[in-house]
Design a protein around this ligand. Structure first.
Ligand code: ADP
Length: 261
């Protein structure tokens, strides 16, 4: 509503009662607002699986449900899924805060990104089994070494390749390119998925921003992957570009400064 910012919060008070609060937040600074939003979003993302878990635990406390083998097995499976979702979220939140804390200390290790891509490709395919997707690596001879943080660059590759597999069309390939040029290493991750509507692209690196939240959750996403990637790229003084054509696919490009000879 123009320059005014409103926050709508819904507090469940019981099965059929909700308290709705509308707060004027126009006076908060952008950075402060982002922080408040982040904490609110993170809490909400954690509370949802937690509520589900508690509900199932309470039901299982009832002897009848616990003694019915198939019911118990089904409940445990759901509970495991919800607990894993919380674990992914907490892992991503911790990564994000660790990377942010290291923002001002430039990485110092010589990293062979081509080799890293190969390692991540192997780990990804092992983790996913037979039809986990196809990953094609195109490694050019002119790919320079970069001065980086091995662990963070591995995570960057996991997140971007993971997204390309998640949002790519089943059975289609993900192509990872590593090449040089202009004193930079150019890493591209391309998929043949549905693509991303243009208006969403500028916001994808915001924490918890998703084009389709239901789809992301169903695929095990936390909404933090690209925010983590953005912070890693910034720490490496690189650049991140996302290009996408609806119906054709998405290409994410990461440019990293080559190690000076
Ligand atoms: P998530 O855990 O939801 O995948 P990310 O931060 O990694 O979170 O990505 C944010 C959103 O960007 C995703 O929910 C999805 O809507 C969109 N997205 C990311 N990568 C792709 C891709 N390769 N193809 C289509 N959409 C993508």
């Amino acid at each position: 509503e123009g320059d005014r910012r409103w926050e709508l919060t819904v507090h469940p008070l019981g099965p059929a009662t909700r308290l709705v609060r509308l707060a004027d937040r126009s006076n908060l600074h952008a950075a402060e607002r982002a922080r408040v939003d982040f904490v609110a979003n993170a809490s909400h993302e954690l509370r949802t699986p937690l509520s589900t878990l508690l509900g199932f635990i309470e039901t299982l406390e009832d002897a009848n449900a616990a003694e019915d083998g198939p019911t118990r097995a089904r409940f445990l499976k759901i509970m495991l899924g919800e607990a894993r979702r919380m674990q992914r979220l907490v892992d991503d939140l911790m990564s994000l805060s660790r990377i942010e804390a290291e923002k001002h200390s430039p990485p110092q290790t010589q990293v062979d990104v081509g080799q890293l891509v190969e390692e991540v490709r192997r780990a990804t395919l092992t983790g996913r089994g037979e039809d986990g997707g196809r990953i094609v690596v195109e490694l050019a001879d002119d790919a320079p070494a970069v001065t980086g943080d091995r662990i963070q660059l591995t995570q960057l590759l996991h997140n971007l390749i993971g997204n390309a597999l998640k949002y790519g069309r089943a059975g289609s390939a993900v192509t990872v390119g590593v090449r040089g040029g202009g004193g930079m290493l150019r890493l591209t991750i391309a998929d043949e998925g549905d693509g991303i509507p243009e208006e969403h692209i500028p916001r994808l690196t915001e924490r918890f921003y998703r084009v389709d939240a239901g789809r992301s959750r169903a695929l095990g996403g936390t909404g933090l992957g690209l925010a983590i990637v953005k912070h890693i790229v910034e720490r490496h003084r690189g650049r991140l570009e996302i290009q996408s054509k609806q119906g054709q696919g998405t290409t994410v490009t990461v440019l990293l400064p080559a190690t000076q000879a």
